[in-house]
Design a protein around this ligand. Structure first.
Ligand code: TYD
Ligand code: MG
Length: 460
């Protein structure tokens, strides 16, 4: 047997080193490198496992070189998960033979969501739920609590990828769920479950298995800050779709966010509420991120951001306060802090509005993270409103990008954003001039086009 040697592996990206170092030179993460004893993995451990499991499977396919036009394109319709929100994040449902990684912090609700999905699917489809973390009693108890019809669910408690592949090839389900990849081990790889090499080989074996059999595989991956478990970064390369389940600052809601998808759009989000009987879909997420109080306070404004394929309305808050300690603080939660500094400079240079002796805090309500640039205009309005202690009317909403020369630039999907704002009852919409509709929009709705950052001051 090959001799075990000691090497150092980064838990985030899987880079290998001969010596310990504090920061991984590949991915830049700190404190993620740890020593492992690695027996040179029997090469192709995964391939052999899959081969063994497939020996009795009828539908297995292997193909040499062929022209793409000869490839059998029996287009099967996507399988719906039973959750509209989940389907949208996956790009319209589960594709045959697709491998999906579901990441998230412990307690985010990954097992709950998957068990509910199984419950919805297994009335019409064959699904196999494999858990490596809980006993079958625990799964059954949870299933009863989630009102899942337990007589139809096929489940197993198993930690060995070899056995799982064999079970799956004899059961031949349409969907195989593996919860979680970090506790699985595969024959031929000596390191402990959860270590980088073990996780990588297990995931590779499951991926090969999915591609050969056409069984879709969902695997759960943990994200931990301390890096003791292999982070999903190394898994993302081999899967087709990677989604992450996050709990925002408001623990009642969970957002499911797509990070990579070979069969659909990324940046798509689905919103769920965690209740005592499991996850419930939130059909109109804009409604939960908006302030419905009757009073208005300075520094608060609604904005329209764009998430994947749909608009999302969120509330933005700014607080500007005299800085007592000479070194003013700038803090932004949910938006990019570099962008905040840039906007402060633009306001100073092009509108003679200086906050250099003020602390500035910005927050997006509900723990939403805004990644598009349409938050520039509302952010500036919120800053001005907070500084001047002038509230903005409740029916007002804004979006738009601001450039370095102080111009307000258009953003994609202007029309759709305006329509969504009108649908949610907003009557005063501040938009970049180039996004303003050419024709009169609606008599009850006032559209205010702005073209320079200086135009914002007259709006309060
Ligand atoms: P779980 O799915 O076990 O999380 P993960 O698999 O991502 O680690 O979810 C656990 C959390 O969800 C836990 O904090 C309790 C909560 N929960 C509910 O609020 N309601 C429920 O019906 C269930 C099953 C869990
Ligand atoms: Mg779990």
């Amino acid at each position: 047997m090959a001799k075990a040697k000691s090497i150092f592996i980064c838990a985030s990206c899987g880079a290998k080193y001969h010596r310990w170092q504090g920061i991984c030179s590949e991915c830049g993460d700190a404190g993620t490198i740890s020593e492992t004893l690695e027996t040179p993995a029997a090469p192709n451990a995964g391939a052999r496992v899959v081969q063994r499991a497939l020996s009795g499977f009828a539908g297995a396919s292997g193909s040499g070189v062929q022209s793409l036009s000869q490839v059998d394109l029996q287009r099967r319709p996507r399988i719906s998960t039973g959750f509209v929100e989940f389907d949208r994040v996956l790009g319209g449902g589960i594709v045959q033979g697709e491998v999906v990684l579901i990441g998230g912090n412990p307690g985010a609700g990954k097992s709950t969501l998957l068990l509910q999905t199984v419950g919805k699917l297994c009335t019409t489809r064959k699904v196999l739920y494999v858990t490596g973390e809980e006993s079958l009693q625990q799964v059954a108890l949870r299933a009863v609590r989630l009102n899942v019809d337990t007589s139809t669910v096929k489940a197993a408690a198993e930690n060995s990828i070899d056995t799982i592949c064999q079970m799956a090839s004899s059961e031949a389900p349409e969907l195989l769920i593996v919860d979680s990849i970090q506790v699985m081990h595969i024959q031929g790889v000596e390191s402990a479950p959860g270590s980088v090499s073990q996780v990588r080989e297990c995931a590779a074996a499951l991926t090969q298995f999915a591609k050969k059999t056409g069984i879709a595989v969902f695997m759960v991956g943990h994200v931990t800050k301390d890096g003791t478990l292999a982070g999903p970064k190394i898994l993302e390369h081999c899967v087709d779709c990677s989604v992450i389940l996050e709990a925002g600052t408001d623990m009642r809601y969970r957002t499911l966010r797509c990070q990579k998808n070979r069969f659909g759009a990324v940046n798509e989000i689905g919103v769920f509420a965690m209740t005592d009987s499991g996850m419930k879909e939130v059909k109109n997420p804009s409604a939960i991120f908006l302030n419905r109080a009757d009073t208005v306070a300075p520094g608060s404004l609604a904005m329209v951001t764009w998430e994947g394929t749909r608009p999302l309305l969120v509330e933005l808050q700014a607080l500007v306060d005299v800085s007592l300690y000479g070194n003013p603080r700038r803090l932004s939660l949910g938006t990019d802090s570099g962008r905040l500094s840039m906007l402060l400079s633009v306001l100073h240079r092009h509108a003679e509005f200086s906050l250099s002796d003020q602390d500035v805090f910005v927050n997006v309500v509900g723990g939403v993270k805004i990644e598009d640039t349409s938050s520039d205009v509302p952010l500036c309005l919120a800053l001005i409103s907070s500084y001047k202690s002038k509230p903005i009317d409740k029916g007002t909403i804004a979006f738009g990008e601001i450039g370095l020369t102080g111009e307000v630039r258009p953003v994609p999907y202007g029309q759709e954003r305006i329509s969504e704002a009108v649908k949610q009852g907003f009557v005063r919409i501040i938009v970049p001039k180039d996004n303003a509709p050419r024709t009169r929009f609606d008599n009850n709705v006032e559209i205010i086009p702005v073209s320079r950052v200086t135009d914002l001051f007259s709006l309060l």
